[in-house]
Design a protein around this ligand. Structure first.
Ligand SMILES: Cc1ncc(COP(=O)(O)O)c(C=O)c1O
Length: 481
């Protein structure tokens, strides 16, 4: 069995693209040999990418052979650090085709980029923050900044059937939900749960209605090209470890130059000012990316971002994109076909049927032969025993899980009103119903045998019952919608 370079899972079974499988097999051997050495099946690429060997080696060599000093100076070691950091910044801007119109502000991760927008955006009591229900909590959390300024937050729903944008409702909310402003529309280019790639056309549609747009690129950019000369949101958040594994701890905010002055910084810090006086308590903020880069940058690690982007370019973003869609489509089709002897399916997959507008992420739930739902903890535990790394729970994206688990607003309100402390296990007990799911996400280091291992794992659940699993997880009543 081989991965098919197709987007339509129905076409799986056609002639296999040996060349591409051979290419990624070779990449696996040269860059990700630690997977096989440790007997791992890694299927959590939306969580984080893996360290390619060549990136680590190149970076180690650079660190061992260079002397890097704090970039806030003009001495020779400082100059070298500055040069390498600025080369990485220039590479990021050219990778996203953004050099003309954007600043690249280094942050520690996508979350820090999102927080930077949240705390600096000039929300007022007349502002609307409109968000898609399919957002990571690092975007959802921006609503707290809006609340402090007495503005309002609205959520645009997804279609329950396929987890795609409900276009009619979003169009209406954009139009009717606007306050006098400033208004911000925030959505992910790709869902971190379903892998759905939401249409980027919504950027211009929202802007035409006066919104600024925050595009969360964290899950999209590792396997898809984001061309910011075509799509022009005001703000884009990125984490680099999700793109190429190494280094962790570095992300960026791509900030449209025309939106720069909209962001108001609530303090100043070392590195962000051109002049500060203590006698007069005056200061002047720096005019470019420096304004938002508090303190000393991670100058030992940032140079590696340039290598990471070049690594992706050498492989080819289009190639990565096609490969990931093909693997996810193939996997989805195989999983749908796994049935208990009584004909009942072992898994339920959420999201659209095809992978045309999806990345490499599948979200699914598991059922025993009586149609009873497995607790996700049980599934993850069984996968762990086989050294299969998958993700389970709500993936920091409660909006999607509330849809998939059919939890009503009234139920949630009752739960929150019923106690002072809250947690997901406690809510599950309160609802008497399961929440959460399992996420499988494929990426650049995967080869056919990883997919086969996962298919075998799912097949191993055929004809089983979950009575024992329920006792272990102390879940009383199990039902699902
Ligand atoms: C879509 C999306 N946005 C934001 C984040 C937050 O990224 P980080 O934890 O790297 O800041 C993630 C992380 O999984 C994500 O998938």
């Amino acid at each position: 069995m081989s991965v098919q370079p197709i987007t339509d899972p129905k076409a799986a079974g056609a002639a296999s693209p040996v060349t591409d499988e051979a290419f990624f097999e070779a990449l696996r051997r040269s860059e990700y040999a630690n997977l096989d050495a440790g007997g791992h099946t890694y299927l959590d690429f939306t969580g984080g990418n893996l360290n390619p060997r060549s990136l680590i080696e190149a970076h180690q060599k650079m660190l061992l052979e260079s002397v890097l000093g704090n970039p806030h100076s003009t001495n020779p070691t400082s100059q070298l650090a500055t040069q390498l950091v600025e080369e990485a910044r220039a590479k990021i801007l050219s990778f996203f085709n953004a050099a003309a119109d954007y600043y690249c502000v280094f942050t520690t991760n996508a979350t820090a980029a999102l927080k930077l927008v949240g705390e600096s955006y000039p929300f007022t009591a007349s502002s609307t923050l409109l968000m898609l229900s399919d957002n990571h909590n690092s975007v959802n959390g921006i609503r707290e900044f809006v609340k402090r300024r007495a503005g309002r937050t609205l959520y645009a729903p997804l279609n329950v059937e396929d987890l795609q944008i409900n276009e009619e409702k979003l169009a209406k909310l954009l139009e009717d939900g606007r306050g006098e402003g400033p208004n911000l529309f925030a959505f992910p280019a790709q869902s971190n749960v379903s892998g759905v790639q939401h249409p980027l056309e919504w950027i211009a549609r929202a802007q035409a209605l006066g919104y600024d747009v925050l595009l969360d690129g964290a899950a999209f950019v590792p396997t898809s090209r984001l061309d910011l000369s075509v799509w022009k949101p005001e703000f884009v958040s990125v984490s680099f470890y999700k793109m190429f594994g190494f280094p962790t701890g570095i992300g960026c905010l791509l900030l449209k130059k025309s939106a720069f002055t909209k962001l108001s910084k609530s303090w100043f810090a070392g590195g962000t000012v051109t002049l500060v006086s203590v006698a007069e308590q005056k200061q002047h903020l720096a005019d470019g990316h420096e304004r938002f880069e508090d303190g000393t940058l991670n100058y030992n690690m940032i140079p590696s971002v340039k290598n990471g982007l070049e690594y992706l370019e050498t492989i080819g973003m289009e190639r990565i994109s096609a490969r990931v869609k093909a693997m996810a489509g193939w996997l989805a089709q195989q999983l749908r076909e796994i049935r208990h002897d009584n004909g009942k399916p072992v898994v339920r997959l959420f999201g659209p049927e095809t992978f045309e507008n999806r990345g490499g992420s599948l979200v699914l739930t598991f059922f025993d032969r009586d149609g009873k739902l497995y607790p996700f903890q049980e599934v993850e535990g069984l996968a762990n025993e086989r050294k299969i790394s998958i993700r389970s729970g709500c993936f920091c994206n409660p909006g999607i899980d509330e849809i998939n688990s059919c939890v009503s607003t009234e139920e949630i309100a009752r739960y929150f009103a019923s106690r002072d402390r809250h947690s997901l296990p406690d809510m599950v007990k309160f609802l008497g119903r399961m929440r959460g799911a399992t996420r499988v996400s494929v990426g650049i280091a995967n080869v056919q045998k990883d997919l086969d291992t996962f298919v075998d794992f799912v097949a191993s659940l055929k004809n089983k019952t979950i009575a024992e699993a329920l006792r272990r997880n102390e879940i009383k009543a199990i039902s699902h919608c």
